[in-house]
Ligand binder design. Structure first.
Ligand code: SF4
Ligand code: SF4
Length: 93
Protein backbone atom coordinates (compact mmCIF):
# COMPACT_ATOMS: atom_id res chain seq x y z
CA UNK A 1 0.00 0.00 0.00
CA UNK A 2 1.30 3.45 -0.92
CA UNK A 3 1.52 5.99 1.83
CA UNK A 4 1.89 9.74 1.72
CA UNK A 5 4.58 11.66 3.51
CA UNK A 6 5.10 15.09 4.95
CA UNK A 7 8.33 16.86 4.03
CA UNK A 8 9.44 19.20 6.76
CA UNK A 9 11.67 22.01 5.61
CA UNK A 10 14.05 24.00 7.75
CA UNK A 11 12.69 27.43 6.80
CA UNK A 12 15.87 29.15 8.02
CA UNK A 13 17.72 27.51 5.10
CA UNK A 14 15.11 28.46 2.49
CA UNK A 15 15.98 31.18 -0.04
CA UNK A 16 14.26 34.45 0.82
CA UNK A 17 12.21 35.00 -2.30
CA UNK A 18 10.98 38.30 -0.90
CA UNK A 19 14.39 39.82 -1.66
CA UNK A 20 13.63 40.10 -5.36
CA UNK A 21 9.84 40.59 -5.32
CA UNK A 22 8.64 43.34 -7.67
CA UNK A 23 5.41 43.98 -5.79
CA UNK A 24 4.10 43.10 -2.38
CA UNK A 25 0.63 42.45 -0.99
CA UNK A 26 -0.77 44.58 1.80
CA UNK A 27 -3.61 43.30 3.94
CA UNK A 28 -6.31 45.68 5.15
CA UNK A 29 -6.66 44.01 8.53
CA UNK A 30 -9.96 45.73 9.28
CA UNK A 31 -11.44 44.51 6.01
CA UNK A 32 -10.16 40.93 6.33
CA UNK A 33 -12.90 38.52 7.42
CA UNK A 34 -10.47 35.73 8.36
CA UNK A 35 -11.73 33.22 5.79
CA UNK A 36 -8.19 31.83 5.19
CA UNK A 37 -8.74 31.52 1.43
CA UNK A 38 -5.46 33.33 0.75
CA UNK A 39 -3.63 30.96 3.12
CA UNK A 40 -4.80 27.97 1.08
CA UNK A 41 -3.90 29.48 -2.29
CA UNK A 42 -0.52 31.08 -1.55
CA UNK A 43 2.06 29.04 -3.52
CA UNK A 44 4.80 29.97 -1.07
CA UNK A 45 2.85 29.17 2.09
CA UNK A 46 3.91 32.51 3.55
CA UNK A 47 0.55 33.65 4.93
CA UNK A 48 -0.45 32.89 8.51
CA UNK A 49 -3.46 33.93 10.53
CA UNK A 50 -2.64 36.29 13.40
CA UNK A 51 -4.75 37.84 16.13
CA UNK A 52 -5.71 41.45 15.43
CA UNK A 53 -7.64 44.01 17.44
CA UNK A 54 -10.48 45.11 15.18
CA UNK A 55 -10.79 48.86 14.67
CA UNK A 56 -14.25 48.61 13.17
CA UNK A 57 -16.00 47.43 16.29
CA UNK A 58 -17.19 49.64 19.11
CA UNK A 59 -15.89 47.04 21.57
CA UNK A 60 -12.14 47.71 21.52
CA UNK A 61 -11.41 44.39 23.19
CA UNK A 62 -12.85 42.38 20.31
CA UNK A 63 -10.19 40.39 18.51
CA UNK A 64 -10.22 38.43 15.30
CA UNK A 65 -7.83 36.39 13.17
CA UNK A 66 -6.51 38.12 10.07
CA UNK A 67 -4.04 37.26 7.33
CA UNK A 68 -0.41 38.16 8.02
CA UNK A 69 2.20 37.89 5.26
CA UNK A 70 5.83 36.91 5.74
CA UNK A 71 7.61 39.24 3.29
CA UNK A 72 10.86 37.27 3.57
CA UNK A 73 9.25 34.53 1.51
CA UNK A 74 6.45 36.26 -0.44
CA UNK A 75 7.39 36.48 -4.12
CA UNK A 76 4.69 39.02 -4.97
CA UNK A 77 2.70 36.83 -7.38
CA UNK A 78 -0.63 38.45 -6.44
CA UNK A 79 -2.63 35.23 -6.15
CA UNK A 80 -3.76 36.14 -2.63
CA UNK A 81 -5.17 39.48 -3.84
CA UNK A 82 -7.02 37.72 -6.66
CA UNK A 83 -8.72 35.09 -4.48
CA UNK A 84 -9.65 37.27 -1.48
CA UNK A 85 -13.47 37.41 -1.51
CA UNK A 86 -13.64 40.86 0.11
CA UNK A 87 -10.65 42.43 -1.70
CA UNK A 88 -8.79 42.99 1.54
CA UNK A 89 -5.40 42.54 -0.15
CA UNK A 90 -3.86 45.19 -2.40
CA UNK A 91 -0.69 44.75 -4.44
CA UNK A 92 1.86 47.58 -4.08
CA UNK A 93 5.02 48.10 -6.14
S1 SF4 B 1 1.72 37.62 -3.35
FE1 SF4 B 1 1.83 35.40 -3.82
S2 SF4 B 1 3.56 34.65 -2.58
FE2 SF4 B 1 2.97 36.65 -1.74
S3 SF4 B 1 1.51 36.20 -0.09
FE3 SF4 B 1 0.31 36.57 -1.97
S4 SF4 B 1 -0.02 34.53 -2.85
FE4 SF4 B 1 1.68 34.35 -1.37
S1 SF4 C 1 -8.69 35.81 1.70
FE1 SF4 C 1 -8.98 37.96 2.29
S2 SF4 C 1 -10.56 37.91 3.86
FE2 SF4 C 1 -9.80 35.81 3.64
S3 SF4 C 1 -8.17 35.66 5.22
FE3 SF4 C 1 -7.17 36.27 3.29
S4 SF4 C 1 -7.10 38.54 3.40
FE4 SF4 C 1 -8.58 37.84 4.92
Amino acid sequence: MERGGIIKNDISKSPKTGDWAYSKPEVDKDKCIGCETCVQYCPDACIEMQTHNSQLTTDNKKQKKVADIDYDFCKGCGVCAQVCPVKAISMRK
